[in-house]
Design a protein around this ligand. Sequence first.
Ligand SMILES: Cc1cc2nc3c(=O)[nH]c(=O)nc-3n(C[C@H](O)[C@H](O)[C@H](O)COP(=O)(O)OP(=O)(O)OC[C@H]3O[C@@H](n4cnc5c(N)ncnc54)[C@H](O)[C@@H]3O)c2cc1C
Length: 351
Amino acid sequence: MHVDYIIVGLGLAGLAFTKELEEANKSFVVYEDNSQNSSIVAGGMYNPVILKRFTPVWNAIEQLKVALPFYQSLEYKFGKKYDFTIPIYRIFKSVEEQNNWFIASDNPLLANYMDADLIHKKFEGIIADFGFGKLINTGRVDTKLLLQDYRNYLSEKQLIRNQGFDYSELNISETQLNYKGVKASNIVFCEGFGLKKNPYFNYLPMQEAKGELITILAPNLAIDFALKAAVFVLPLGNDYYRVGATFNWKDKTKQPSAEGKKELLDKLNSFIEVPYKIVDHSAGIRPTVKDRRPLVGVHPKYKNISVLNGLGTRGVMIAPIAAKALYNHLEKNITLDNEISIARFQHLFLG
Ligand SMILES: Cc1cc2nc3c(=O)[nH]c(=O)nc-3n(C[C@H](O)[C@H](O)[C@H](O)COP(=O)(O)OP(=O)(O)OC[C@H]3O[C@@H](n4cnc5c(N)ncnc54)[C@H](O)[C@@H]3O)c2cc1C
C-alpha cells in the first residue's frame, strides 16, 4: 500500500490536516489510539478576546476567518450542527473593570466582538453586582460530536487504524517512508501531549497544562449565553451546563481528580446560587507551548516528517489555519510564519 501521507493522531489538529488532504485529493491513512483526549473533552469555545485583560487574542481575527468556514463545511458534509454561535457574558468584579471594558470595546480589532453597552439586568441565581460585559460573534464547537462523526466517516472509508503508532517501526529514506508495510511520501505527527513520546519531536518545548471540567444539571439557571467569571459556564441545552476549566501544570494524568472538582465547585459557587447536580467530570491535557504559539513544520533532519501541534488552549480557532499553513508549506512551498514555525526552536535540536 502506498499513500501520500500518514497522519498520527486524530484530534482537532489531525482532523484539520486530514481535511486539507481530502480537499486536495491526496491519499492518506490515520493512526489513532485514544491515548489523549484534549479535543474530545474541550469546552469548544471560540472567542477572540482575552477575558482577563480585555485584549485581543493573538492572530484571532485571521484564525476565525479560516475556522468558521471550516466548521461550516463540516456541518454541510455531515448534515449536522457543530458550531453554535453564543454570546459570552463576562461578570465584572469592579467599576474599574467596567471602565476597562468600555475602553477596550473601542479597539477596532475588538469592536465587532465587544458590545460597548454594559448589561445591568438581573438573572436568577447569578451574583453580578457590577453587571456584565457582552461578547458577540463568539461560540462553541461541539468537538466531541465532530470528532466522533469524522472518525466514523474515516472508519467507513477504511482510512483510520485504531492502533498506537510505534515510532521504532518507522523506516526513513530520503524518498520514502515505510511503516509496517505502508509506504508513504510524508508523515505528519498530530499527537497533542503524545508528542512527548515522539523521538523526532520531543525536543520541542511543550509545557502541557491539564484541564478539568464538570457538567451540571441546573434547571433554575435558564441562561442562553455562556457566562464567564472565575470559570466558564457553557449552556449545552436541556438545562445542562459545562463548567471549567482548571489549569494544572504538574499533574500529567488525564484522570479527573478530587482537587480539580473542588476547585471548580468553589469557583462556581462564588457566582452561582441555584441548586445543581453534577452529572459528569472529565479531564485532558492541553498541548501548550512555552511561548504559547503552535508547533508547525518539518523535522530539521528528515524532510518528509512534519509536526502539527501546540494548539494550547485554543485548538478550535487555531487548528484550521495552522493545518492550512502546513499543507501549503509542504505542497506549495509557501514559507511558514516565524511565529508558528518550529524553526524557532532549531537551537534545541541536538541532531
Ligand atoms: C479541559 C480542556 C478544555 C478546553 N477548552 C477549550 C476551549 O474551550 N476552546 C478551545 O479552542 N480549546 C480548548 N481546549 C484546548 C483544545 O482541546 C486543544 O487545543 C486541542 O484539542 C488540541 O488538539 P490536538 O489534536 O493537538 O491534540 P489532541 O486532542 O490531544 O489529539 C491528539 C490525538 O493523537 C492521538 N495520539 C497521540 N499519540 C498517538 C500515537 N502514538 N499513536 C496514535 N495516536 C496517538 C491521541 O489519542 C489524540 O486523539 C481545552 C482543553 C482542555 C483539556
